[in-house]
Design a protein around this ligand. Structure first.
Ligand code: BG6
Length: 481
């Protein structure tokens, strides 16, 4: 290993055909197609690969290509994109109008596009409502386009509770083997999230103090400044719990709290993550009031303008939470006594995702001037301004006696590495083509987590108007049982 910055390595993938169901939707146009464009631009996508959009909207290849380009420019205004370059990429994009859920739909256009490509890796990406996964899987099989080794990618949230999650997993599992099912959590594809494993287990400094003997508590925060945007109809059925907590935040929790895996093979890491989920203290009817807070953003200032309330964005009154904070515990040997706080919300003061490891107070203060020493804190910033800061008490230099200051040892990834941070979907899409399951959730992960948690939290329905200082919209609706 060298300390010089190596140039990025793009590991080639074999030729593939990727069918995106829900191709005219937000995820496809905002994330998937732009990510594929970036991989194409870096020469990672073989020329014989096809990207095939499928959705109910009637249009031809050209219209879909134009829509994809317009969306790229809208969602990535910072990136200049050349028409000729796009035209070259777009030759690999095709479109099939198709209602993949309905029984009598005409699959012939999609079937023709895939014909002859049986030797290529085939991937079906379901950028659809999870309730449709079973029907679409069955229709893929019935249309005879599930080639040997074909894979399917599922977006969260898989179901709304344990029963519906099981039903969806069973229906997809009736068509695809477990090792062909890629349950995506895009946080696992983030550079800084991957770095958590490296930071913890590839530096000898941390492991000896990574436990409740030395650590007082851990905070995991994913704050977003955006509101529900144009996704209110999806979001209102999910809320912060299903949209963020049961997937992204719990994945972060697992990576922060898990035992060292034997190696980085998919099942070894996933086995360790599962153990953390099993040890999570349940949230029950009895403790839900003490352990959780939920809220919804009201009208308030955002980026110098007045942003609408959640209800205004939705066009209706709703009980759905846009903010949630949870105090949880991992009841195992390593973490006994060190609580973990999970927080996430939309329309917060700033966009900031970070993990704070707060160490215990020093055993004995050498300077006793009545001011408590601030604790050592490690702040792992996932986005933006990615990096790690270790906040330490130091002596203020110069005369004047023992004057103390709290200053950070700062590792800024932006300064240390000049590389572009690829979008998580770029890595994850290529990982599906390669068949690398390490960055995806196994079925037992989706069973062990969300449902119990969300069910308990959702029992609390009574709402009170309270003020919580953190969100931009200062008056939020706070729920408690
Ligand atoms: C998605 C959620 O999974 O993650 C969105 O559905 C959320 O509501 C997004 O905004 C946050 O992702 P990121 O990568 O911007 O932190």
């Amino acid at each position: 290993m060298s300390d010089a910055a190596p140039s990025p390595q793009f590991v080639p993938v074999s030729a593939f055909d990727l069918v995106v169901f829900g191709a005219a939707g937000d995820l496809s146009l905002r994330k998937l197609i732009p990510s594929l464009f970036h991989r194409w631009r870096d020469n990672q996508i073989p020329a014989e690969s096809k990207i095939i959009g499928a959705s109910r909207t009637e249009m031809d290849d050209e219209a879909f290509r134009r829509l994809a380009l317009e969306s790229f420019r809208k969602f990535h205004p910072e990136e200049a994109i050349d028409d000729d370059e796009w035209a070259n990429f777009a030759q690999q994009i095709f479109y099939a109008p198709l209602d993949a859920v309905s029984d009598g739909a005409d699959w012939s256009r999609l079937t023709r596009l895939l014909a002859g490509g049986e030797d290529k890796q085939r991937v079906f990406y379901l950028a659809l409502a999870p309730g449709l996964y079973g029907a679409v899987s069955a229709n893929i099989a019935a249309a005879g386009i599930k080639s040997a080794g074909a894979r399917i990618v599922l977006e969260k949230p898989i179901g709304t509770d344990s029963k519906s999650a099981q039903a969806i997993n069973d229906a997809v599992g009736a068509v695809f083997e477990e090792d062909a099912i890629f349950r995506i959590d895009h946080y696992l594809g983030k550079e800084t999230v991957q770095n958590l494993i490296v930071l913890r287990f590839m530096n000898s400094l941390f492991e000896p103090v990574w436990n409740a003997n030395a650590i007082d508590h851990i905070e995991i925060t994913v704050a977003e400044s955006i509101g529900s945007g144009g996704r209110a109809s999806y979001y209102d059925n999910a809320g912060a719990l299903r949209d963020m907590v049961q997937n992204h935040l719990l994945q972060l929790l697992c990576l922060v709290a898990m035992e060292p895996p034997l190696d980085l093979s998919p099942d070894t890491v996933r086995d360790e993550k599962i153990k953390v989920l099993r040890a999570l203290r349940p949230i029950t009817r009895q403790n839900v009031r003490q352990a959780t807070v939920r809220g919804q953003y009201a009208k308030g200032a955002a980026d110098g303008e007045v942003a609408p309330s959640y209800a205004e964005e939705l066009g209706a009154q709703s009980d759905t939470e846009t903010f949630v904070a949870i105090k949880t515990n991992i009841d195992n040997w390593r973490w006994k006594g060190a609580p973990i706080y999970l927080r996430t919300g939309k329309r917060m003061q700033e966009r900031r995702s970070e993990i704070i490891i707060q160490f215990k107070d020093v055993a004995h203060a050498l300077v006793n001037d009545g001011t408590p020493l601030p604790p050592t804190r490690m702040v792992i910033r996932l986005q933006p301004d990615e990096g790690v800061r270790l906040l330490l008490v130091t002596k203020d230099p110069g005369p004047g006696g023992m004057r103390l200051r709290y200053v950070p040892l700062n590792l800024s990834y932006a300064d240390a590495f000049k590389a572009r941070y690829p979008d998580a979907y770029e890595r994850l899409l290529m990982a599906v083509v390669r068949g690398d399951l390490a960055l995806f959730m196994r079925r037992d992960e989706s069973r062990r987590r969300g449902p119990g948690l969300t069910a308990s939290l959702r029992r609390g329905r009574r709402m009170q108007r309270r003020s919580i200082p953190t969100p931009q919209a200062r008056t939020v609706r706070r729920r408690r049982r």
